[in-house]
Design a protein around this ligand. Structure first.
Ligand code: FES
Length: 98
């Protein structure tokens, strides 16, 4: 196994899980949120520093869409398009010191 340093300062994992029955982030528009955030990061020229990634179920399906931000240790739930600017602020601000 090789070990490599992560190239990104921050990673936002957005749940894109879909279920045939029951609540799921995919059924609440998470794919569109993922696309808009990815485009916004690309348009700002931040793709080399910030990654918008997809995840499977984060175990909070009823609260979705959900996203986890590292290394900030923040877990967002109930995300709507009106939260995109706030998420971009979180992605571009300095991480809290640990
Ligand atoms: S489907 Fe997104 S947290 Fe379960």
């Amino acid at each position: 196994m090789k070990t490599n340093p992560l190239p990104h300062e921050k990673i936002l994992y957005i749940c894109l899980n879909e279920r045939e029955t029951g609540e799921c982030c995919g059924g609440k528009g998470s794919a569109a949120l993922h696309g808009k955030l990815k485009s916004a990061i690309r348009e700002r020229g931040l793709s080399s520093r910030i990654r918008i990634s997809r995840s499977g179920c984060q175990g909070r399906c009823g609260d979705g869409p959900n996203a986890q931000l590292f290394p900030d240790n923040l877990w967002f739930s109930g995300i709507t398009e009106s939260d995109i600017d706030l998420l971009l602020d979180k992605l571009t601000e300095d991480s809290p010191s640990r």
